[in-house]
Ligand binder design. Structure first.
Ligand SMILES: NC(=O)c1ccc[n+]([C@@H]2O[C@H](COP(=O)([O-])OP(=O)(O)OC[C@H]3O[C@@H](n4cnc5c(N)ncnc54)[C@H](O)[C@@H]3O)[C@@H](O)[C@H]2O)c1
Length: 334
């Protein structure tokens, strides 16, 4: 049995609590959040204890692994504490918004040798990972283009935007990681050009963030990648990936809750709306990423997506900001 402490019991923390509690090889021992109501909700639904401090949750012999789902600025502190205590770590993306804090954390945990998995859940989506496999197995011949569309259903509130670190570090970071996953380690992205604007969301305008963005990237081998993002899509959470090569194309398409189609005098092929947002759309991916974490802790193997992947995605996001602000194509250096 792998005993867990959960740091942070907000939106995504509550989902992780559910997965830990449901897994036959895992047990949620402690939850720690600065919000006591959230602690009580998780304790009630899972039977775990409430820790009164991060130290009580992490520096305890009856815990093997720490799942960090608290607000982003707390991640490096909790990673460092957990690594020094010898615990396996699952940490939500991003590691931090500041590359200096990420580098400092990397230095601080050097030599601790604990498994660290970062929550880039899209790698575990069954359709996206089949698209990646089509590249690996050369089903589409030589890879030439990757096109990623990722649009949220609606923008978040202003308080979220103030703390999120900007659209590219908050949202596009998933697409930068997905790009790295599809291309593979031997073909890193080397250049980026970014455009963005606050076209419709007053809160984004107020905090000088973007709500709409487009990126072109180029890989070392010359593959061209296009990413487009929006904070609003009136038809739901729009998640599509197209992988194109010399022998064809694969598309990981949007998903609807059921496969029902309606045919009436007014329309044909009418389907119900696609999933509303990430918790519904990526449920299978979140569950499978947790299952993989359990396997890597159990078998003492390296997690499929680690600290270095989190750091590299942030480096691309930073290069995207440099391009957006300067209007230039930026070379990416990892
Ligand atoms: N992988 C994904 O798809 C995905 C989706 C959503 C959020 N996230 C990430 O998960 C993290 C949490 O996001 P969320 O949407 O659940 O936010 P949220 O605001 O709903 O939850 C964050 C929780 O952290 C708690 N917290 C703040 N400071 C704390 C501290 N010092 N110690 C303990 N708890 C503390 C807050 O009280 C809150 O309950 C963020 O890093 C976010 O980027 C990832």
């Amino acid at each position: 049995m792998i005993n867990f402490s959960l740091m942070g019991a907000g939106r995504i923390g509550k989902m992780h609590a559910k997965f830990i509690a449901a897994h036959p090889k895992a047990k949620l021992k402690y939850v720690y959040d600065v919000n006591s109501q959230f602690n009580e909700e998780v304790a009630k639904s899972t039977g775990c204890s409430i820790a009164s401090s991060p130290e009580e949750a992490i520096n305890t012999d009856d815990v093997d692994a720490v799942l960090i789902a608290s607000a982003t600025p707390t991640h490096t502190q909790f990673i460092t504490m957990a690594a020094k205590a010898g615990k396996a770590i699952f940490c939500e993306k991003p590691i931090d918004l500041d590359i200096n804090k990420v580098n400092e954390c990397m230095e601080n945990i050097k030599g601790t040798n604990v498994p660290i998995q970062i929550g880039f859940n899209r790698r575990f989506d069954a359709s996206h990972s089949k698209a990646q496999q089509a590249r690996v197995k050369k089903e589409i011949g030589e890879l030439e283009m990757v096109i990623i569309t990722s649009r949220d259903p609606e923008p978040p509130g202003i308080e979220y935007l103030k703390a999120a670190g900007g659209f590219f570090r908050d949202c596009t970071i998933h697409d930068f990681d997905l790009t790295r996953f599809i291309l593979g380690d031997d073909d890193p992205v080397v250049q980026i050009s970014a455009f963005g604007g606050a076209l419709f969301d007053k809160n984004s305008q107020q905090v000088k963030d973007q709500d709409t963005a487009m990126f072109i990237l180029k890989s070392k081998k010359g593959v061209l990648i296009h990413i487009n993002n929006s904070r609003r899509a009136v038809y739901g959470y729009d998640q599509r990936v197209e992988v194109f090569g010399s022998k064809g194309m694969v598309i990981s398409n949007n998903q609807t809750p059921t496969s029902l189609e309606r045919y009436t005098s007014a329309s044909t092929n009418e389907k119900e709306p696609i999933h509303f947002f990430f918790i519904e759309r990526y449920e299978q991916a979140y569950r499978d990423q947790f299952n993989e974490f359990i396997k890597s802790v159990e078998n003492k193997t390296k997690p499929l997506v680690g600290f270095e992947d989190g750091r590299n995605a942030l480096i691309i996001a930073n290069a995207a900001y440099e391009s957006f602000e300067s209007g230039k194509v930026i070379d990416i250096k990892f």
